[in-house]
Design a protein around this ligand. Structure first.
Ligand code: FNR
Length: 458
């Protein structure tokens, strides 16, 4: 039915409102080739007219690679990861402690910034390399240590180590890694490798690991200090998540729609800890059985005496603690709340950054993590005083989305976002980034604010 007729017969569509009726009239007018008094002359299209418009893509037969190529952001990779990974493994990675407030706030803090660009700079060439902890890096971010990584995808740590080496960024292996210290070293001979230490109740075994890492050429030790006990990861408890994953009726049903993950798991090396024993309880039970809650600053001094390379303390959440560990003579600190997986409603590490950088920037190297989902976040952190940023989930989403190729895609996305942001800010090197480029907009303001909180120094 043509438009004018419809308007004449409003009873046909009793709910038709006046604005919609007018729209129909316009369409109808176009249909009659008159619009605003102009007569549109039409002709048959020729083949030659179409040729310049046609942009058929080469068929891409590798479905995984096709999806990875189509992912433009880390959030896109997260969505892909969720489709490809069984719920328990995805939730173990994606989830955080208690109500997951810490990770939510940390991500929000990066969104709540304002960049201040400079104009008319020649940004045809941008340098993203500098020195971190005594060695060169091509980009100011590194892969964070993560446990049980082969659970997310059987390519696991070796994929991370290989991609990091290719990209010129450090790779961190966790004490709870699922590839051995020596295998990671062999996979990434030319790359920089950092080892993350959890101090176990059994000190001798912890230090045996440290010695193996030093012998295998790991140049930095990250001593994680925010895990006196395991955080309450409620998704894991609800999912009955165990290591190795147990085949319950629920997991079997979930596996039916993600067969590839299970085929990979069952046809590759069995999952186990690279450095420690097998375990058949939940992750939380494992951590509580192994972690040493008696750890103090004296132990840190002891670790320092036993490690020949750079020592960095990971999990600093207050300025006072930052000062205390720097006074012990460590080489660097990571402002981190463990990706929100330990204490919930913990300080946002990115908020802490400006005040810690102001007080300690001249005395130590400051790294930051938790909530980084984009290369622009990395730029903001560097501008406010970070030497480097650790990326945890951003890399793991890539891994779950497509194994090693997915990790490569995650690093490529972050690197491209970082370079583009630097160019748009009008800076040509990391050294040119400064606090004048970023304002942290306040959303959460302390009720009593006479203490330095680090929230929004600019
Ligand atoms: C971690 N993290 C971590 N840290 C650590 O020191 N040792 C470890 O074994 C682990 N394991 C681990 C597993 C998983 C699945 C995640 C997501 C994280 C914390 C990690 O090193 C880093 O601090 C956070 O991941 C940073 O936050 P984003 O980047 O994930 O937001």
């Amino acid at each position: 039915m043509a438009g004018p007729q419809l308007i004449d017969h409003l009873s046909v569509h009793p709910r038709l409102r006046v604005r919609e009726a007018l729209q129909i009239e316009r369409v109808a007018c176009r249909f009659h080739m008159t619009y605003g008094g102009t007569v549109v002359k039409r002709r048959m299209p020729k083949a030659g007219d179409l040729a310049p418009l046609i942009r058929f893509r080469k068929p891409r037969f590798d479905r995984v690679q096709r999806h990875l190529d189509d992912a433009l952001t880390i959030e896109d990779l997260r969505r892909l990861a969720k489709r490809r990974t069984p719920k328990a493994a995805f939730d173990y990675t994606d989830g955080a402690a208690e109500d997951e407030v810490s990770i939510h706030r940390a991500r929000q803090a990066f969104r709540d910034i304002e960049f201040h660009p400079s104009i008319l700079r020649d940004v045809s060439n941008v340098r993203t390399d500098w020195q971190v902890l005594g060695g060169p890096v091509a980009l100011p971010f590194a892969i964070a240590p993560t446990g049980f990584t082969r659970l997310m995808h059987t390519d696991g740590e070796l994929a991370g180590a290989r991609v990091a080496a290719e990209a010129g960024i450090p790779f961190s292996l966790s004490t709870l890694g699922t590839a051995s210290i020596e295998d990671v070293a062999a996979a990434a001979r030319q790359g920089r490798r950092w080892f993350q230490l959890y101090m176990w109740r059994d000190r001798e075994r912890s230090m045996a690991l440290v010695k193996r890492a030093a012998d295998a050429g790991f140049d930095t030790l990250l001593a994680t200090v925010d895990v006196p006990v395991a955080g309450a990861r409620l998704r894991d408890v609800r999912n009955g998540m165990s290591i190795p994953p147990a085949l319950t009726l629920r997991t079997a049903l979930n596996a039916a729609v993600r067969p590839r993950w299970w085929v990979d798991l069952l046809t590759t090396e069995p999952l186990s800890f690279a450095s420690l024993d097998r375990w058949s309880g939940t992750v939380g039970e494992y951590l509580d059985a192994m972690f040493d809650p008696t750890l103090t600053f004296d132990d840190l001094a002891w670790i320092k005496a036993h490690w020949p390379g750079k020592l960095v303390v990971k999990g600093i959440q207050t300025l006072d603690d930052a000062i205390a560990v720097v006074n012990l003579g460590v080489d660097g600190i990571v402002l981190s709340n463990h990706g929100g997986r330990q204490l919930d409603r913990a300080p946002v590490p990115f908020h802490l950054l400006p005040v810690v950088a102001r007080e300690l920037g001249a005395h130590t190297e400051i790294l930051v993590d938790t909530g980084v989902m984009s290369g622009a976040d990395v730029v903001a952190a560097v501008a406010l005083g970070a030497r480097s940023v650790l990326i945890g989930r951003a890399y793991l989403y890539g891994l779950m989305a497509g194994g090693e190729a997915g990790v490569r895609r995650a690093v490529d996305i972050l690197a491209a976002q970082l370079v583009r942001t630097m160019k748009l800010l009008g800076v040509r090197s990391l050294e040119e980034l400064s606090p004048t480029h970023v304002t942290q907009l306040r959303r959460l303001i302390p009720v009593v604010s006479d203490e330095p909180t680090g929230t929004g120094s600019n």
